[in-house]
Design a protein around this ligand. Structure first.
Ligand code: UD1
Length: 317
């Protein structure tokens, strides 16, 4: 019997790609999504979809009428900027929503829960590449709530008073990119923002001096890590970085993107503005823990992954 996986946020960029991959591998999938940033067209037709919100217990009642074996909790407010604009909304969704999911997992004795944490949990890292054992001092409100969610999930996994064991895993995802990341939403990832800008012939805006760097990891590599960890006991109770292990500056990203379009800084305008609040300077994952314990390694080279997103962007324009 194939397992049923609940994917919260399954209409969004990360959730929908993972849901597709689960279905391709024979899992049954139930999705809850409030379509705040997700899209109906992203929802796999073989999935059972419930339009709803993880903050709303009536919606979760409907979801848990289905027999769920595994939960992938991915739904959340995924924007550092919005977390500063509306901290209460960010808190309610990312922490309140996660507590709801935990409560339902416990009530329905769903013993496996995988949680979408974030590299923003580290804030200013002790050093790069950052290891899972390094300090967590988030500097964006968003990082605080994602980290809190992670701790709730893992602390519940340690409880012995519930009559059953919740096997929890948290993935601190670095800058995930790939098809379906919004080409128009300025609050989603920078890779697709820049691609959208260049494709439409708009100026590209850099916040800060562009020397800040990020670790971009392709969504298909991320999906492999999540799905591969479902039955892996070594993952129970653990936190893993999911990145590529490689650091690319925003300036480098612009140059690579422009080159892929046959453009350059003379033919496409670039403007530099003040850095955004809570912006981390350098981020790069040490991925040796996932490699060692999950036998996971990212496979997609950044140039290839970027080209794939560009091809998709041109098709969907
Ligand atoms: C991102 C995600 C966050 C996720 C984290 C880890 C967004 C908005 N944030 O944070 O949800 O948890 O990675 O995976 O997706 N930049 C520009 N110009 C732009 C847009 C961005 O210069 O038009 C800069 C930003 O200031 C930042 C860098 O590019 O320095 C990356 O920004 P972004 O892709 O928004 O992600 P993070 O803030 O790193």
């Amino acid at each position: 019997m194939s397992k049923t996986v609940l994917v919260t946020g399954g209409a969004g960029f990360i959730g929908s790609n993972i849901a597709d991959e689960l279905i391709d591998r024979g899992y049954k999938v139930v999705i809850i999504d409030n379509l705040s940033t997700g899209l109906t067209e992203n929802i796999n037709r073989k999935a059972k979809y419930i339009k709803g919100d993880v903050r709303n217990t009536k919606d979760l009642d409907k979801v848990f009428k289905n027999k769920i074996d595994v939960i992938f909790h991915i739904a959340g407010c995924a924007s550092t900027i919005k977390s500063f604009d509306d901290p209460a909304a960010d808190l309610n969704t990312n922490v309140g929503g996660t507590i709801n999911i935990i409560n339902y997992a416990v009530k329905h004795k769903v013993s496996r829960l995988l949680y979408a944490s974030s590299m923003t949990s580290y804030g200013v890292p002790d050093a790069v590449p950052v290891k899972e054992t390094f300090s967590t001092r988030p500097i964006a409100y968003y990082g605080i709530t994602k980290y809190a969610g992670e701790r709730y999930v893992l602390a519940t996994g340690l409880r012995e008073d519930m009559g059953f064991k919740l096997n929890a895993t948290a993935f601190r995802m670095f800058n995930v990119y790939g098809r379906r990341q919004s080409l128009t939403n300025p609050y989603q990832g920078v890779v697709s923002i820049f691609i959208g800008n260049v494709l439409r012939g708009e100026k590209v805006t850099v916040f800060g001096d562009g020397m800040q760097s990020r670790d971009y990891v392709h969504i298909s590599d991320v999906a492999n890590a999540w799905i591969g960890a479902i039955d892996n006991k070594k993952a129970f109770g653990e936190v893993f970085n999911l990145g590529s292990g490689i650091r690319v500056s925003v300036n480098e990203l612009i140059d690579i993107t422009l080159k892929s379009f046959g453009k350059n800084r003379k033919t496409n305008k670039i403007v530099y503005k003040a850095a955004r609040p809570g912006d981390q300077r350098h981020m790069q994952a040490d991925i040796s823990k996932a490699a060692r314990m999950l036998k996971w390694n990212p496979r997609i080279k950044f140039e290839d992954g970027l080209q794939d997103v560009i091809n998709w962007a041109k098709e969907t324009k």
